[in-house]
Design a protein around this ligand. Structure first.
Ligand code: TRP
Length: 385
């Protein structure tokens, strides 16, 4: 049986939000604590963040600590997982350079996530501001660099959100191509997606497709209880649900999507008070019962939101409290990252050595130089006779 190794990470372009949490972070902590993995690497992808923030390295630099604080607050444990900073593992860029030869421009152009991101960032707009027009080559190549991130640690398992699926597919292709061309040095990884549909792509509080800082529709892990309550109060529900007595729609209703992602049956007992009103009261035992009542009419958005707020707060409160503590221990957090980066570097260096050996570009490794000298000397001895 081969070793089970996890690698995953996030771009440090902002604080992490509950979309990150249900999409990947919660799972990582579970996997970490399951004891089933031999090694776990969690990467802060600052170099990847720079591929479309080259003019704003300060933003990336500032957000490294934010992401690290979010990680540790969620329960990632430096005793069990290696937390590191991508740019400090220079072996990753060397691997990227060799993998680039195994991928065509046309193939990257077909990568759906890259396509969508180029669109979203306006890189293709001739109308865009001059300095924004065009796709940075580094950005274009980030799927290849991501293949280096994953393979450098011989990761078998990559827990990520749905949008990363094309990256893992492209990584698998690179691994197959590499192994077929140079010999079996690399491990083909598998993606681990959230098993719950609501967690695959948690919408923003406005009901828009995805939480994103630029849309201002995020609930951050670091938001205060008051901020979360206000955001929940303002959440998009069913625009057709005008009177409490009207039948309501659950599909596409963000409050229910969030409940799908966060609610467990025991919450109905714990927060039963949320459904005790002046005029009407309800007693639910499951989300299905609550949804049935909402569909039938009579259950108001305010009750639903109060319940959601209680459910969210149960998850967020301990994270928030741990974050407050860690914010007082900044030297410790940087020490975790420094040590983690050293550990990650040693692991990546081993793979880079394997890769160079497979490609036979390890000219000066012990024994190799002697062998090469013998081979070439013999060649020229024969040539000259
Ligand atoms: N692309 C990922 C994101 O945007 C971050 C990332 C970089 C990553 N390298 C990775 C994720 C390797 C998983 C594996 O969130």
């Amino acid at each position: 049986m081969g070793r089970k190794i996890i690698l995953t990470g996030d771009r440090p372009t902002g604080r992490l939000h509950i979309g990150h949490y249900v999409g990947s972070l919660r799972r990582r902590v579970e996997l970490q604590n399951s004891g089933e993995y031999d090694r776990i690497f969690i990467m802060i992808a600052d170099a990847q963040a720079l591929t479309d923030n080259a003019d704003n390295p300060e933003k990336v630099r500032q957000n490294i600590i934010e992401v690290a604080l979010d990680y540790l607050s969620c329960g990632l444990d430096p005793q069990k997982s290696v937390l590191f900073i991508q740019s400090q593992v220079s072996e990753l860029t060397e691997l990227t350079f060799f993998y680039m030869n195994l991928v065509t421009v046309q193939r990257v152009q077909r990568n759906p996530t890259v396509k969508a991101e180029i669109q979203m960032r306006g890189f293709n707009d001739s109308e865009g501001a001059d300095n924004k027009a065009g796709t940075p080559v580094g950005f274009f190549c980030y799927p290849i660099s991501q293949a280096a991130d994953i393979t450098a640690f011989k990761a078998t398992t990559v827990p990520v959100g749905e949008d990363q699926e094309p990256m893992i597919e492209q990584t698998r292709e690179i691994v197959r191509k590499f192994n077929a061309t140079y010999g079996p040095a690399l491990v083909e990884p598998e993606i681990l997606l959230p098993d719950n549909a609501a967690c695959l792509r948690l919408p923003g509080t406005d009901g828009k497709a995805k939480m994103s800082k630029s849309l201002g529709n995020c609930i951050y892990l670091s938001d205060s209880a008051e901020e979360v309550a206000a955001k929940v109060k303002g959440m998009y529900t069913d625009p057709g649900h005008l009177q409490v007595s009207d039948p309501g729609k659950v599909e596409g209703n963000t409050v229910f999507t969030y409940l799908d992602a966060f609610c467990r049956p025991e919450h109905f007992e714990r927060y039963a008070d949320c459904f005790k009103g002046r005029k009407v009261s309800f007693e639910f035992h499951s989300l299905d019962e609550m949804k049935a009542q909402y569909r039938a009419g009579g259950l108001g958005d305010v009750m639903c939101k109060n319940f959601l707020n209680a459910v969210l707060n149960e998850t967020l409160e301990p994270i928030r409290n741990r974050r407050k503590e860690l914010e007082q221990r900044i030297p410790y957090v940087y020490e975790v990252l420094r040590k983690g980066s050293e550990t990650a570097r040693a692991a990546a260096a081993e793979t880079l050595a394997d890769v160079k050996r497979a490609m036979r570009i390890n000219y000066f490794d012990p024994g190799v130089l002697d062998e090469m000298i013998r081979e070439q000397t013999e060649k020229y001895a024969q040539n000259n006779t």
